[in-house]
Ligand binder design. Sequence first.
Ligand code: F0G
Length: 351
Amino acid sequence: THQWRGIIEEYRDRLPVSDTTPVVTLREGGTPLVPAQVLSERTGCEVHLKVEGANPTGSFKDRGMTMAISKAKEEGAKAVICASTGNTSASAAAYGVRAGMVSAVLVPQGKIALGKMGQALVHGAKILQVDGNFDDCLTLARELSENYPVALVNSVNPVRIEGQKTAAFEIVDMLGDAPDIHVLPVGNAGNITAYWKGYREYAGDGIATRTPRMWGFQASGSAPIVRGEVVKDPSTIATAIRIGNPASWSLALAARDESGGAIDEVTDREILRAYRLLAAQEGVFVEPASAASVAGLLKAAEQGKVDPGQRIVCTVTGNGLKDPDWAVAGAPQPVTVPVDAATAAERLGLA
Ligand code: F0G
């Protein structure tokens, strides 16, 4: 009878909700913190994976969306809108259903993974494919929310960040203190902002004795924060983080600098290598963007930037099923056999 109640009920006293806020939840959060044996061996550290693909719609966005949709409902909104590289729209679509609201989503045409598109469609969102990139979608979503009766639920909405900070709480609650380093992928930079806020709050209240260094990784073709300038035509196979002008840019810099951390880049090749390692050696199937955190950790370790003996948490942000094309591509085709045990045993190398 005791199941996780979702992040609002579990962390109610740390979130901007009141007794009268309607709680729109799919019982998000409470995700696994999985010890990563191979990554630990490679780095000489104690590495854990915060598996956010285990959320109800398969990504960390649900933490922010339960807050954003609950607050929008409290304020009487009938419709919500977001720009998205896919996961935010999937989450907004699902939570919109729970709230009885219309979800409008703007996605870059041809640049979101099929699974995410399927989620928005099956939940009945109103989808527009925009002839532009994510940054264009966000500009359009902002304009629409300013001029029409529709609430913006992108992470520029501060209650999104409030919801997402709960992942840091869960990690400290689980480990007994903050890790030495926290690693995560960076796209629009909301999540690194949220984790840093969560860690600071727990340290400020004495629940953790310290805060971690925040390490963020962008994809090389979409690395405006690393370059120090807007990327006009961002590219990467990790479509979730194909963003050239992050909304929370300055907050990401603050997280980096206040924590003594770093924001660096990883190539698509490095992302895919980490993606395959996670699946084939840790048993954790993530979407490519999520593997940017692990790719970054491995790159830093190879560069001698990771002192052994530290406790490190990598957030893996989304489920591998969202974007299975990369799992299938380049993998050997399965062999077809007749209904015959001897042949099957032979092909499986058992005989
Ligand atoms: N990983 C995944 C799987 C994502 O979907 C995103 C962002 C990120 C990492 C980066 O997080 O933007 O907070 O720095 N996805 C947004 C979306 C942009 O529309 O779903 P961030």
